[in-house]
Design a protein around this ligand. Structure first.
Ligand code: ARG
Length: 249
């Protein structure tokens, strides 16, 4: 009898050990990957008024990649400036936020292959006859702080870059006459012009060639490989075209 009890106790100890070690491995392989995004950049990443969820082109792309690679992702809304700083410091694993791949940023974070091509474009009030594009920009120009638009405007002598945390506020100031123009990524500009028909217009065409990449914290090379593999697979399946049709009208 004593022997039987000892055996049972031993068995249950072994069983519980196996169970816990098993569940420990499952949690570690499906650990949550934190994806930072600055959800102020319609139609790529923004908060849906009704559902309060983060939605947009980038979100669909990232979710499709995560599904392909079995990544357990969680989106977190972070303002643009702290997003770049956080990626440089490894606060977040990944960021998808219409991030243009630049040499400077490559020193601070890893980038996936490109998933979208964009360029900077000038937006003015519909009655503006002086500013016809980048070369005629002058005075105060609204930009999002620390974006490639901000960097481009700073190169123009006649113009002064006025930085905003949210490009929506720059467009509001353009409508109010506080700034002469706004410079931002062309699909974002097209959206605001469309929403303010008769009040705003595009001035010229896109004047930079930029490629968006998914940023991955330095050192996370395995994660970068998975993201690139997932991106390649969803590209082949036409997911990017589908997201363009949904979000870029
Ligand atoms: N493509 C530009 C850049 O990388 C602007 C991106 C802004 N993105 C955002 N979610 N606010 O500088």
């Amino acid at each position: 009898m004593k022997k039987l009890i000892t055996l049972l106790v031993l068995c249950s100890i072994i069983a519980s050990f196996l169970l816990t070690s098993c569940s420990a491995t499952t949690t570690s392989t499906s650990a949550k990957i934190i994806i930072a995004t600055d959800a102020t950049w319609k139609p790529f990443e923004y908060i849906d008024d009704q559902t309060k969820e983060i939605v947009g082109f980038d979100i669909d792309i990232m979710k499709a990649i995560a599904a392909k690679e079995g990544l357990n992702v969680k989106f977190t809304n972070v303002a643009w400036d702290p997003l770049l700083a956080g990626m440089a410091q490894g606060t977040y694993d990944v960021a998808i936020s219409s991030i243009t791949i630049t040499e400077d940023r490559k020193k601070q974070m890893l980038f996936s292959d490109s998933y979208f091509a964009a360029g900077q474009i000038v937006v003015v009030r519909a009655d503006n006859k002086d500013i016809t594009g980048k070369d005629t920009l002058k005075g105060m120009v609204g930009v999002q702080l620390g974006t490639t638009g901000d960097i481009e405007v700073q190169k123009i002598k006649a113009a002064t870059s006025k930085p905003y945390d949210d490009i929506g506020l720059a467009f509001q100031d353009l409508l109010n006459g506080q700034v002469n123009a706004v410079v931002c990524d062309n699909p974002v500009a097209v959206l605001y012009v469309g929403q303010n028909a008769g009040k705003l217009k595009l001035a010229g065409s896109a004047f930079t060639d930029e490629s968006y990449g998914i940023a991955v914290a330095k050192g996370k090379t395995e994660l970068l490989k998975q993201i690139n593999a997932g991106l390649k697979a969803i590209k082949a399946e036409g997911v990017i075209e589908k997201a363009s049709a949904t979000w870029l009208k």
